[in-house]
Ligand binder design. Structure first.
Ligand SMILES: NC(=O)C1=CN([C@@H]2O[C@H](COP(=O)(O)OP(=O)(O)OC[C@H]3O[C@@H](n4cnc5c(N)ncnc54)[C@H](OP(=O)(O)O)[C@@H]3O)[C@@H](O)[C@H]2O)C=CC1
Ligand SMILES: N[C@@H](CC=O)C(=O)O
Ligand code: NA
Length: 494
């Protein structure tokens, strides 16, 4: 098909236009940043000269736009973009599940390479998307989907590929880090700061995904899948957001030498914790988990120890982070991802996790990666296969251990009657469930009730909750307003 629409042609080499035609779906925060970057090529990689914005799909043609595009580039017919034979690379920056998912699938079916910033779609439909892409011989690139502009997807696929990953601990949601930072620094209210994050373009269209930890859950599922070489079932990822984090807890945490962060964590389950072996933990998996891990009908002990992909803990929750930990100093919309690997040791990726320019940097880098492969003519022969360090070809599922088996420290705040002996009763309940306390502080009287803050040593989460269930029955205990996990200072491990 000839070029029926006006286009922005950037590249003309040896008198011959060699542009890769890009179809952009979405012209919001990220789409606008992407166009701005593609229109401002001076001093950037020369391959950018060969990218051409061919069509841009939006919902409304009446909106004023922060970028100038020639007449006829904008369209509301997104399907026409993903089926247009002229388009080689489709950029999906619409957000949401539909029509994003269907358009990605249709683009793949029409032989287009896809670049997406959409972690929600990849975390839920990655299986079908990558199966289809691999069968069609096209790339699906997603650097912008995790950590915004921070390069973390490509490093996990390429530079860190030889490492055995022990743990990934990240601040991967800019909105919640921005909210927690300002609540902590200024004592601002949650709602006011959220409104600012929305104005700045950090938050998702529905900020529930940010605030309730679901966006971070999508991102850690994607990182875990790349790091551990297996697919992750999203419902297996435990997600707890920041709605219940109060000024009171922020203040107590500060007094105790911690800062509260929403952490996304994926780690190999460690053998021997709380006297349990990996095999026993794998026994605790429900049957679909064991089925997915390939454990059913075989010796769980034998298989869990050599599990490939391994048995993992994958979770998102607000966490007390020691002030001395590298993640404690990540503020505002910044993200950071700490990777602990063998033989490399610790490496931390840090940078802006959201925002137009930063995210566009990741999107356009992905486009360049695809254009670079296309330029080599690598995919043009019948027998050509996808570049193994750019494609995603995992088939097996990782088994995810239940949260009750997690071994972690806890912070808990109790409101109790101000009676003698209450602290002793709490200690007895904890002790009878094997929960050892690092500190117990009675911090004052709050509406005629005593406020007691407890920090535990490492405990098995299931044991801790059993102790709490017993404590709730105590006549002296009014309520337990907060329970938060605590990160250990050494090695970023819990
Ligand atoms: N914002 C950020 O900092 C980051 C965002 N991301 C991800 O990037 C993606 C885009 O986010 P963002 O740019 O913030 O989103 P915006 O809401 O700012 O922009 C969405 C764009 O998509 C268009 N659009 C949405 N639905 C449709 C539809 N059904 N038909 C046609 N057009 C549609 C909108 O059109 P119109 O303009 O006409 O309304 C708009 O241009 C999301 O997946 C997000 O998770 C990833 C990293 C950081
Ligand atoms: N809403 C997300 C945007 C980037 O993924 C965030 O706040 O991190
Ligand atoms: Na990134």
């Amino acid at each position: 098909m000839g070029i029926a629409h006006p286009t922005i042609v950037f590249g003309e080499l040896s008198g011959k236009v060699v542009a890769f035609k890009v179809g952009l779906l979405g012209l919001g925060t990220v789409g606008t940043g992407t166009v701005q970057l593609l229109q401002d090529r001076a001093g950037r990689h020369s391959l950018m000269q060969e990218l051409e914005i061919y069509r841009v799909g939006v919902r409304s043609l009446d909106k004023s736009r922060a970028v100038n595009l020639p007449d006829g580039i904008l369209t509301t017919d997104l399907q026409a973009i993903v089926t247009d034979p002229e388009v080689e690379i489709v950029i999906e920056v619409l957000g949401g599940l539909e029509p994003a998912r269907s358009l990605i699938m249709e683009a793949i079916a029409h032989g287009k390479h896809v670049v997406t910033a959409n972690k929600a779609v990849i975390a839920r439909y990655g299986n079908e998307i990558f199966d289809a892409a691999n069968a069609a011989g096209v790339y699906v690139m997603l650097e912008a989907a995790v950590g915004g502009g921070i390069p973390v997807i490509q490093p996990l696929k390429q530079s860190l590929g030889v490492n055995r990953i022990h743990a990934i601990t990240g601040i991967v949601n800019g909105t919640t880090n921005y909210i927690l930072t300002r609540m902590q620094a200024e004592g601002s209210s949650f709602d006011d700061v959220l409104a600012d994050a929305q104005k700045l373009g950090y938050a998702e269209a529905d900020p529930t995904a940010d605030v309730d930890g679901l966006d971070a859950g999508d991102k850690i599922a994607i990182l875990a899948s790349l790091a551990y070489g297996g697919r992750i079932k999203l419902p297996d990822v435990y997600c707890e957001g920041i709605r219940q984090v109060s000024q009171t807890d922020i203040t107590y945490a500060q007094k105790l030498g911690f800062t509260i962060k929403l952490l996304a964590i994926a780690q190999r389950e460690r053998a021997g914790l709380s006297g349990r072996s990996v095999a026993q933990q794998a026994n605790g998996l429900n049957s679909p988990q064991r089925e997915r891990a390939g454990l059913s009908g075989r010796s769980v002990a034998q298989q869990a120890n050599g599990l490939n992909p391994p048995l993992l803990s994958v979770r998102v929750h607000p966490t007390l982070v020691p002030e001395s930990h590298p993640l404690a100093s990540i503020h505002g919309v910044y993200n950071a991802i700490l990777v602990e690997a063998e033989p490399l040791g610790q490496v931390m990726f840090f940078g802006p996790g959201a925002g137009a320019g930063a995210t566009a940097s990741a999107v356009v880098s992905d486009i360049l990666n695809v254009a670079a492969v296309l330029k080599t003519g690598h995919l043009e022969t019948e027998s050509a296969s996808l570049h193994p360090l750019l494609a995603c070809t995992h088939q097996d599922y990782c088994a995810i251990a239940p949260m009750s088996e997690l071994v972690t420290r806890f912070y808990a705040r109790f409101l109790t009657k101000d009676h003698p002996g209450v602290i002793g009763k709490l200690g007895t309940c904890f002790g009878s469930h094997g929960v050892s306390l690092e500190s117990v502080v009675q911090t004052g009287i709050h509406k005629h009730l005593a406020e007691i803050v407890v920090v535990t040593h490492n405990v098995r989460e299931g044991d801790f909750h059993q102790a709490l269930a017993e404590i709730r029955q105590l006549e002296a205990v009014d309520s337990i307003p907060s329970i938060l996990r605590v990160l250990e200072e050494r090695n970023g491990e819990e």
